[in-house]
Design a protein around this ligand. Structure first.
Ligand SMILES: CC(C)(COP(=O)(O)OP(=O)(O)OC[C@H]1O[C@@H](n2cnc3c(N)ncnc32)[C@H](O)[C@@H]1OP(=O)(O)O)[C@@H](O)C(=O)NCCC(=O)NCCS
Length: 159
């Protein structure tokens, strides 16, 4: 799938939020966080380290990735959000967005990429996606999101 990746702009917000909602992977409270992160990245609020990019196919936005240097670290970056339009999933768009983010991180002298996700059954495909892209599970925090819903921390050495 031929995609173009570019910096996210304010005009992309409604499409990106629509994608987040339609993935059916996030709770309402997470929509608000996604919106805040998106706006912070666009407005480049002081202290905000978010870098936000969209994937598009013939000018249609089909995915979003947001990453940034982890505060109080040297060269560690968090991938805060990644999502692909359900109509376009499993066509390696997510992998291309992730690879793009990793190249950006490397170009900024980043050395470690970190992604947190749920260890629940529902997120098996997401976990598989990270493993397929070279991440390994570095930690598990039991009962983090809710009882019996652990947080998994995936990492990948960059460069
Ligand atoms: C996770 C997500 C970004 C992946 O994007 P994508 O474009 O669909 O993924 P890709 O096509 O690049 O998949 C790459 C690999 O991941 C794995 N994978 C992806 N989707 C999968 C699924 N539904 N089931 C099992 N494995 C899957 C496969 O191994 C795949 O490689 P293959 O096609 O060669 O077998 C997308 O599914 C998504 O938006 N999910 C909902 C939101 C989400 O979970 N975001 C992360 C929150 S922490």
């Amino acid at each position: 799938m031929q995609i173009n990746i570019r910096k996210a702009a304010a005009a992309d917000q409604s499409v990106v939020m629509d994608i987040i909602v339609r993935t059916n992977f996030f709770r309402a409270v997470e929509f608000d966080i996604a919106r805040e992160v998106f706006e912070d990245a666009i407005l480049l609020n002081p202290g905000c380290n978010y870098q936000s990019y969209v994937a598009e196919i013939e000018s249609k936005v089909v995915g979003w990735v947001c990453f940034g240097e982890t505060p109080c670290t040297i060269g560690t970056y968090d991938i805060y959000w990644i999502a692909v339009d359900p109509d376009y999933q499993k066509q390696h768009i997510g992998s291309q967005l992730l690879t793009f983010a990793e190249k950006e991180i490397a170009s900024q002298k980043g050395r470690l990429s970190v992604i947190e996700t749920s260890g629940s059954e529902k997120y098996k495909s997401t976990q598989q996606f990270y493993i397929k892209n070279g991440y390994h599970q570095a930690a598990c925090v039991d009962d983090f999101y809710a009882p019996a819903d652990p947080k998994l921390i995936f990492t990948k050495v960059i460069g």
